[in-house]
Design a protein around this ligand. Structure first.
Ligand SMILES: O=C(O)c1cccc(C(=O)CC[C@H]2O[C@@H](n3cnc4c(=O)[nH]cnc43)[C@H](O)[C@@H]2O)c1
Length: 212
């Protein structure tokens, strides 16, 4: 099975590569959904992959995903792709065009979560890191069960979907979603958790039939 892993920055790429078996290509595609989509689309145009994984550190919604824990996405959601209105937020489905969520293969996602001890829930893709309790509460209310937020998953999943390739998202939680406190980010711990998670993937992927 050929697997493409797309991270944002080189430190995340290196954390994945440390654990990666043969057959995994790991790229640092840049921060944000546009860079992630462009990197993924270019790679998929060159090489036929069986699976694409968006991976890296992320913010965790408490109490589901504390710092140092892992999250596997049950849904990959573009959480700010829509319109703000006096009556509230409208996603692109409500606006009548496009899509704001991708569904990873369910059995595979669950199996990866079980093997790695990860929470399994929606992961939100945002273009602006959440920096206040009010915004965190707004996102949690709009996306019940949201486990994590990051900035690339939807871009990776959108590019993969356009090629008919399944996509997963795996996040290691470096910080809580909420009031910004960069000094509280535990990036080293999260990168270590990411390496551990990828070390556990090969048997799970080998037993996946590719069609759930
Ligand atoms: O400074 C470093 O050493 C370092 C090492 C690895 C990664 C970083 C990043 O800043 C990566 C940016 C990346 O992080 C994701 N992220 C992390 N926490 C959040 C969050 O609370 N909300 C949204 N995104 C988050 C995101 O995917 C960025 O691409 C630095």
């Amino acid at each position: 099975m050929r697997v493409l892993v797309v991270t944002a920055v080189p430190a995340e790429r290196d954390a994945v590569t440390r654990a990666c078996p043969a057959g995994f290509d790991v790229l640092a595609g840049g921060v944000g959904p546009a860079a992630a989509a462009a990197t993924t689309a270019t790679a998929l145009a060159r090489t036929p992959y069986d699976l694409v994984v968006s991976a890296g550190i992320g913010g965790g919604f408490l109490p589901l995903a504390p710092v140092g824990s892992l999250v596997v996405a049950s849904r990959i959601v573009a959480a700010d792709l829509g319109a703000d209105t006096p009556d509230g937020y409208l996603d692109v489905e409500a606006l009548g065009f496009g899509r704001s969520a991708h569904l990873p293969p369910r059995q595979l996602g669950r199996a990866v979560a079980d093997a790695t001890g990860a929470a399994y829930g929606p992961v939100l893709t945002v273009s602006t890191v959440t920096g206040s309790a009010a915004r965190a509460a707004e996102l949690a209310a709009r996306h019940p069960g949201a486990a994590a937020e990051a900035m690339e998953g939807f871009g990776v999943a959108e590019a993969a979907a356009q090629r008919g390739v399944p996509a997963l998202e795996i996040r290691a939680v470096s910080n809580a979603v909420g009031p910004r406190d960069r000094s509280a980010w535990r990036i080293g711990d999260a990168l270590g958790a990411l390496t551990d998670a990828f070390g556990k993937l090969p048997p799970v992927l080998e037993s996946w039939n590719g069609h759930d």
